[in-house]
Ligand binder design. Structure first.
Ligand code: BES
Ligand code: MN
Ligand code: ZN
Length: 489
């Protein structure tokens, strides 16, 4: 779906016109648009409801009233949802393109023109998103474009930003939705190379298992030991045109499938573990966005791509392996594999990229779902500044974040009996997400501002918000990261 902006003064011929309507306000149709008598009567304009009719004259063949609810209640997520509803409605009506009277969605309290354009465009792209590549008879989308009739260069800039955000999130979703036999670690690395090839500022280096062995990444390698799919460590680098205002490294957990290993998972819902690469998908999605932006930051992306399955060579509970920094770890549960992959990635990232700030995104624990559910990601920020920035980006993008505790008690719980650390906590019950974060803590130097984001709840199975929801990838993290990077620019 291509989103364009046009000046509202000249309403051109269009197969479909969306007219926003607010609760408690009269509906204003543009001059020249003719509809059957009573078309606008009694439309209560509850948020995201629609009413449609063929026009009796004028530039638009069909008119759809789109309810926006109370004017004062409309926020960025509300606009995003309206964008999604319109994209879906246009597709359902089978038109090739549609126009939105977006001027009516400008000048809302607390939403400047840039944000308004961004949210509507982003929502439309995300609402139009479909994953069809594995359907033998997939039909291409009918509606190819949405024209936003709106005023001003700022709004247009917002639409451009929303388009980039939408594409970033859509790539993350595409990667998430690919099953484990299609998106292997090798295929993930190829997808990263493809993103890098789209921009002269992005480079991509892929380290294979032999390379990881040379680097001493014993924890990372212990996970794919039981798999026929070789692990890949992907290192993406974005260099700005001029001097960088900061250096930020993004690390993503990229388990293309997590069967649990010898500590095998129950079979119910095991298929969902194809989504265990959602952290890496978010990071690669963000790089897809970076390819089209001009941010004055140096940004690294480290994707830990691996498969946790089982064969005769698989890691056994009780085995001890050594991290890149020399830390020894007793692997008491092979299903706590994400932290093993991430630990080596974090050591690599700190040493090779020397960032001022490091974020890691991972579907790390089922416990975060028990604790805070599917609508908010659990975050473990090492500084108040980073916490505030991520919470703010969460509110702006609708990818909400909530800080969780990482205390000395959680660090103590991760001590090993025979090795330095154990990969599961003791006591084994309770505070699972905090213990996961505590395991990672020691692999990040104290002088780097760091935040671990546990996205196990938000990466799929979220409630329906028109542009997202249900048992498919949500793309969570890509837009959140980009918004954070904007705040640093
Ligand atoms: N990928 C899972 C976490 C997960 C589980 C995400 C369910 C989404 C839904 C992770 O690798 C894992 O298995 N974690 C274990 C850790 C435990 C063994 C300490 C978990 O959460 O049970
Ligand atoms: Mn696991
Ligand atoms: Zn996992």
């Amino acid at each position: 779906m291509k989103i364009t902006v046009t000046t509202p003064a000249s309403l051109k011929k269009t197969p479909l016109l969306f007219v926003p309507a607010f609760a408690g306000e009269s509906v204003d149709l543009p001059t020249g648009v003719e509809v059957p008598a009573a078309f606008t009567q009694g439309f209560e304009a509850a948020a995201r409801t629609t009413r449609e009719s063929f026009a009796t004259g004028g530039p638009a063949a069909q008119i759809v009233l789109i309810g926006c609810g109370e004017r004062s209640a409309l926020d960025m997520e509300g606009l995003r949802r309206l964008g999604a509803v319109m994209a879906k409605k246009a597709e359902a009506l089978g038109v090739s393109k549609a126009t939105v009277l977006a001027t009516d969605l400008q000048g809302l309290e607390g939403i400047d023109d840039c944000d308004a354009g961004q949210a509507l465009a982003e929502g439309a792209i995300l609402g139009a998103y479909r994953y069809t590549e594995l359907k033998s008879e997939a039909k291409a989308a009918t509606c190819k474009g949405l024209v936003l009739a709106a005023d001003g260069a700022t709004y247009k800039r917002g639409v451009a930003r929303g388009t980039v955000m939408g594409a970033a999130c859509s790539l993350a979703r595409d990667l998430q939705n690919k099953p484990g036999n299609v998106l292997t670690p090798t295929a993930f690395a190829a997808a990263a190379r493809k993103v890098a090839s789209g921009s002269p500022r992005i480079t991509c280096k892929v380290i294979d298992e032999a390379g990881m062995k040379k680097l001493g990444m014993g924890l990372f390698l212990s996970v794919s030991q039981g798999s026929d799919e070789p692990a890949k460590l992907v290192h993406l680098t974005y260099k700005p045109k001029g001097k960088a205002k900061g250096r930020i490294t993004l690390v993503g957990k990229g388990l293309t499938f997590d069967a649990g290993g010898v500590s095998i998972k129950p079979s119910a819902k095991m298929d969902e573990m194809r989504f265990d690469m959602s952290g890496a998908a978010a990071v690669l999605g963000a790089f897809r966005g970076l390819a089209e932006l001009d941010l004055p930051l140096e940004i690294h992306g480290i994707l830990g791509c691996s498969e946790n399955t089982i064969n005769g060579k698989a890691t056994k509970p009780g085995d001890v392996h050594t991290a890149m920094d020399g830390t020894t770890v007793e692997i008491l549960n092979t299903d706590a594999e994400g932290r093993l992959v991430l630990a080596d990635c974090l050591v690599y990232a700190a040493r090779k990229t020397k960032p001022d700030t490091m974020l890691d995104l991972a579907t790390l624990t089922g416990a975060v779902i028990v604790g805070i559910g599917h609508e908010v990601s659990g975050i473990f920020p090492s500084t108040d500044e980073l916490r505030d920035a991520l919470v703010a980006s969460g509110l702006r993008t609708g990818e909400k974040c909530w800080p969780l505790p990482l205390l000395q008690e959680h660090l103590d719980a991760m001590k090993g009996a025979s090795a330095d650390l154990a990969n599961i906590g003791s006591p084994a019950v309770g505070a699972g997400s905090s213990q996961g974060a505590a395991f990672l803590r020691g692999f990040v130097p104290q002088d780097i501002a760091w935040c671990h984001l546990d996205i196990a709840g938000t990466a799929w199975n979220t409630v329906n918000r028109d542009w997202v929801g249900g048992p498919t990838g949500s793309g969570v993290g890509a837009r959140l990261i980009l918004d954070y990077l904007f705040s640093r620019s």
